[in-house]
Design a protein around this ligand. Structure first.
Ligand code: GDP
Ligand code: MG
Length: 180
């Protein structure tokens, strides 16, 4: 039997400076640092994306900065924009995970209760706090998303509907260090 790879398109959205580029550098190259250019654009807040950008995505990451309440408020807009512009081929919403980044900084501007409520009310599959800087919960949260994409791909529907629950990383077994 040969093996084969899956190719998934995963969107990463959120306000400027929440850590999107850092997340990709961390996940793909396992580096964190300042030696890259800020993603061009200069937009500080939510800006609507084109349908073309969202097209044929399998999943989405919505990210905010735990120390920046504006970036949290924008998540509502990011999620609404996504859901209005893209669905899975079967019409379901894209599986979306909510990442509360920069957990290494303090004080947090949001409570866990606020984030939990927002996540549940907006059809996220779940949320967790992350620190791209300290590599906290990055591989684990990506694993949750990938697992959900695989389920959707294999059976057309995930085994459970989105619940928006806090993702307790301790419940997830991550064999080895790498992912998938
Ligand atoms: P983007 O605009 O969403 O792509 O954000 P960037 O990835 O460019 O990150 C913006 C700034 O936040 C950079 O200075 C990063 O080094 C910093 N940053 C990203 N993630 C974290 C994190 O988890 N903790 C801390 N303390 N800083 C972070
Ligand atoms: Mg960027």
């Amino acid at each position: 039997m040969g093996s084969f790879d899956y190719l998934f398109k995963v969107l990463v959205v959120g306000d400027t400076a929440v850590g999107k580029t850092s997340l990709l550098n961390r996940y793909v190259h396992d580096v964190f640092g300042k030696e890259y250019k800020m993603t061009m654009g200069g937009q500080e807040r939510f800006t609507s994306m084109t349908r073309l950008y969202y097209k044929q995505a399998s999943a989405c990451i919505v990210m905010f900065d735990l120390t920046n309440p504006d970036s949290f408020r924008s998540c509502q807009m990011w999620k609404n924009d996504l859901d209005s512009k893209v669905t899975l081929p079967n019409g379901d919403l894209l599986p979306c995970i909510l990442l509360a980044n920069k957990s290494d900084l303090s004080p947090w501007a949001l409570t866990k209760e606020q984030i939990d409520k927002f996540s549940k009310e907006n059809n996220f599959i779940g949320w967790t706090e992350t620190s791209v800087k300290e590599n906290k919960n990055i591989n684990e949260s990506m694993r949750v998303l990938i697992q959900r994409m695989m389920e959707t791909r294999d059976s057309g529907r995930p085994s459970t509907p989105p619940q928006g629950e806090y993702i307790n990383i301790n419940d997830i077994s991550v064999p080895g260090s790498g992912c998938c």
